[in-house]
Design a protein around this ligand. Structure first.
Ligand code: DAT
Ligand code: MG
Length: 140
């Protein structure tokens, strides 16, 4: 499998509870390298643009309001099959369905406040990395 890069976000419920280090430990233990990382405060417009694919969903307002409720940590993870590997480390969207040992099983509070975002395809990873980072900020 090829070396890939994927976009990860440590969400407000996790930054608020001081879980950034514990979440990052999960990535590093899985062999994912953090090749870029920054803590930012999203605006509502940025959150809406980032999650544009969900804008017709009933939870869109709740999702975007949540994403601006506290700072987030945006990061690029790199490794063999990083896109799928990160989705495995994250666990299912709803923590009630997440496997033991996953980030969402251990840390998520609910389906909405579920601690992490991860790109779900190569196309999404490319778009989402470019949304937050310039090439100069990716240090492999
Ligand atoms: P994922 O984050 O696992 O890729 P998704 O892309 O389907 O999941 O949804 C994006 C986010 O939207 C998800 O992390 C949390 C929120 N969300 C999804 N389904 C929801 C629901 N039924 N109620 C509230 N929030 C939801
Ligand atoms: Mg998604």
């Amino acid at each position: 499998m090829a070396i890939e890069r994927t976009l990860s976000i440590i969400k407000p419920d996790a930054t608020k509870r001081n879980l950034t280090g514990k979440v990052n430990a999960k990535f590093e233990e899985a062999g994912l390298r953090i090749v870029a990382q920054k803590r930012i405060q999203l605006t509502l417009a940025q959150a809406g643009q980032f999650y544009a694919e969900h804008k017709e969903r009933p939870f869109f307002g709740e999702l975007t309001e949540f994403m601006v409720s506290e700072p987030v940590v945006v990061q690029v993870l790199e490794g063999e099959g990083a896109i799928l590997k990160n989705r495995e480390v994250m666990g299912a969207t709803n923590p009630a369905n997440a496997d033991e040992g996953t980030i969402r099983k251990e840390f998520a509070l609910s389906v909405g406040e579920n601690s992490v975002h991860g790109s779900d395809s190569e196309a999404a990873a490319a778009r989402e990395i470019a949304f937050f980072f310039s090439g100069l900020e990716l240090v492999g």
